[in-house]
Ligand binder design. Structure first.
Ligand code: SAH
Length: 219
């Protein structure tokens, strides 16, 4: 996985490669897809969600420029794998998940792997960030947002980095925002496809992500 899917495709941060080589991704996937644990795919987990493709986890992690002691907000705990990679890199993470079932399972797994000390998993709507724990040196949104949730940039510390997939349901662009004072430097970092961010500053739940667009048409 690391040599072919990550290094072979341009992931160059040795600490990210080492963390992903070390962590047992098979522990984060359900038994039914165990044989695919190290394949080049996102895989289904509980609550109709996914564990992201290894390359995408590596890419997002690299864009955050993680370093020991860095304070990171993750939106979308899912399996807990992305949080585990960041914890392995020495970051201190608050991870928000809207499905309690996923949050509970991730908490247990991170504990078993000895990573619970630096990861706090909370249940809630992460589309609005976590004002009570801000500022963050990094924010990573692991679900697709229709636009950059406008609560998030202001929760970055100076030089803090926000990585978020932005776009319509089917396909998004990975956006990196870096804070410089009151300004933000924006870069586009490639196409991607994530499950939707559902919440106040994300997509609407029951309309399958097209809710805001539809409700605007109806008024
Ligand atoms: N980082 C995860 C990827 C999970 S997929 C991993 O490594 O496995 C994205 C996750 O975002 C899903 O679990 C989904 O339930 C969650 N999610 C979607 N909208 C959310 C919101 N507004 N707040 C918190 N979590 C959200």
């Amino acid at each position: 996985m690391v040599e072919r899917q990550l290094r072979g495709r341009g992931i160059a941060d040795e600490s990210v490669l080492a963390a992903m080589a070390f962590l047992p991704r098979d522990r984060f996937v359900p038994p039914g897809v165990l044989s695919h644990a190290y394949s080049d795919d996102a895989l289904p987990i509980a609550s109709g969600q996914t564990i992201s493709q290894p390359y995408m986890v590596a890419r997002m992690t690299e864009l955050l420029q993680p370093r020991p002691g860095m304070r990171v907000l993750e939106v979308g705990t899912g399996s807990g794998y992305q949080a585990a990679v960041l914890a392995q890199l020495g970051c201190s993470i608050v991870s928000v998940e809207r499905h309690a079932e996923l949050a509970d399972a991730a908490r247990i797994l991170l504990e078993e792997l000895g990573l619970a000390r630096t990861v706090r998993v909370v249940v809630g709507d992460g589309s609005v960030g976590r004002a009570e724990d801000a500022p963050f040196d990094g924010i990573v949104v692991t679900a697709a947002a229709p636009r950059i949730p406008d609560a998030l940039p202001g929760q970055l510390a100076e030089c803090g980095r926000l990585v978020v997939p932005v776009g319509p349901r089917q396909r998004q662009e990975l956006i990196l925002l870096v804070r410089h004072g009151d300004g933000f430097e924006r870069s586009e970092c490639g196409a991607c496809t994530f499950v939707p961010l559902i919440g106040e500053l994300g997509f609407d739940e029951d309309a399958g992500g097209h809710g805001r667009w539809l409700s605007r048409l109806l008024v």
